[in-house]
Design a protein. Structure first.
Length: 181
């Protein structure tokens, strides 16, 4: 049985399993690793779904004569029908967020290696969409990933314009030393 599971393409848990003399510790490790793997898998699929919905809306919008009006009508119609069928996750606001996600990150699922470049949760990306400046948005994304910022921390930093405050501090600190730029 173990050999079959180890050969499976979904063998992350099996590869990392290491039996100890403490069964409770082993159970905790199995449960925590399983939970983390499930969270990552669900998040990855959720990001792909939202990006694809945004992509499809963008494609449809390009075919309309009066793009802004046509796009608004399409989103309103989709929101009504999808919400009736699938629930509240497909409101006009959410569909606009999916569209914005695709527009802000058009290459997030198209890397040379074929692997996803998505590093954060959908909620993180939804907050990043509040940042219009691409350079600032990219910085927040990288910092959120590198520093493992929670959603709440990212929101606080975006709301307080942390990126711009950091730039101001750097300018003040290095202003007297132009050769350090």
């Amino acid at each position: 049985m173990r050999n079959k599971l180890e050969k499976s393409e979904y063998n992350y848990l099996m590869k990392n399993y290491s039996k100890t003399n403490d069964i409770l510790k082993d159970m905790r490790e199995i449960i925590e690793q399983s939970r983390d793997a499930a969270y990552k898998a669900v998040n990855s699929v959720l990001l792909q779904r939202n990006w694809l919905i945004g992509y499809r809306i963008a494609e449809e919008e390009l075919q309309g004569a009066d793009r802004a009006e046509y796009g608004a009508k399409i989103i309103a119609k989709l929101a009504k029908e999808l919400t009736a069928e699938y629930g509240k996750g497909f409101t006009k606001t959410n569909l606009y967020n999916f569209y914005s996600f695709y527009k802000a990150y058009p290459e997030i699922f198209h890397s040379v290696s074929g692997k996803s470049a998505a590093l954060l949760s959908w909620t993180h990306y939804r907050i990043l969409l509040q940042v219009n400046d691409k350079q600032a948005r990219d910085w927040y994304e990288q910092e959120a990933y590198n520093q493992t910022w929670s959603v709440r921390t990212l929101q606080r930093n975006v709301s307080s314009q942390y990126y711009y405050r950091m730039l101001q501090t750097q300018k003040k600190n290095y202003g007297a030393y132009p050769s350090l730029y």
